[in-house]
Write a protein of this length. Sequence first.
Length: 436
Amino acid sequence: MKKRSMKKSILALSAVTVLTVPLLSADIPKAFAAAAPTKSTVAESKAQKAVSAKADTPKNVILFIGDGMGEASRNAIRLATVGKSGLLEMDKMPVTGLVSTSSGDNLVTDSAAAATAIATGVKTYNGAIGMDLNKKPVTTIMELAKKAGMSTGVVTTSQVTDATGAAFGAHVEKRSAQSEIAKQYIEKSKLDVILGGGEDFWYPAGTAGKHPDAPAEDPEEASKGTQGNLVEQAKKLGYSYVTDQAEMKAAKGSKLLGLFANEEMFQAHNKLGNSYNPTVSLPDMTAKAIDVLSKNKKGFFLMVEEEGTDEMAHDNEGELTIKAGQQLDKAVKVAKDYAKAHPDTLVLVTADHETGGLAIEGEDAEDESGEGISKEDGPFTVKGSDEKFYIDWTTGGHTSVDVALTAMGPGSSQFSGNYPNTAIHDKLVKLLQLKK
């Protein structure tokens, strides 16, 4: 009885299904017609896409590069500055990515090849500035931005013509050609703001500038330019030239050259001892650069570099590496404050590579890693606690570990995930809608 009842039920259900299908089919055209997009909904969809695209198109880009600042470096800076549960300004950003750094000819990159990859989207050999593997010039993103009518600038605590900044505004086969790089800055790529150290490469030998040759802190520093008096040439081209904090603050106009030291704006690899004490701080230079560049209604592209995080790590100087990183974080705060008031600004913080093979260790009774270059560095206090940590170095050179990238602002979502350093260029070109 139960089996027969089930068969009857199935047959009855099938009949109902067959009978109802034509009725449902008859309603499909009406239902489809009701769901089909009208001209107004298509227009609304296009408008929404346009709004979405505009929302992801930054007007301004501020790119920070902590030279040599690997993820462990960021953690050491964080622990010493805001403690275990705190976040640095560079980490209080909604998007995080992971960037691989190898160069075109080496597993371990140098700053020149890494910055060239970020600036041009092309992998190259170590030592190259704005050149590909065949030593052919490759257009930089700042050159594309300038072509689009944007203002451009380089700020650094290194020589302004050192590798990282140079890759955004010059093309030379060897990074050591710093006077040629300076000449290209003002005559070819026409950067609007140039702030940092390196006066020695702007004046010919025997012509000391504002910063005297053979200063007490480093008697080996002296003018060594090869392209004539480039400071005077810059003035002829309309640049305001400044050499200290007061002059920088008072400077007017849309083109600004500031050289605040003979070489780097600190002392590293110095026989007389290392120190990090720029006469003009990275946060102040960043603020001035933004003030000058932001007057352009078509937007701006600014690259800001902290060099101390690299040079001090080369010397395995944990305290000074942290100190330089703290200044970088304050500069990031300046940019973030500007971006909050100007939400069409994209802010990125990353590194060109890692330096020192830095590792963070807890407080131990003995140093397990030995003497010399691998000797533990510290102790350092974890901010807001009695806890201590040590830094253990594994090299005085660069390593090939990936580096972090954090981002905020329009288009920042494009920078999540894992990607090579060349992708930073590619993503920015697309977001800014720059034409090659």
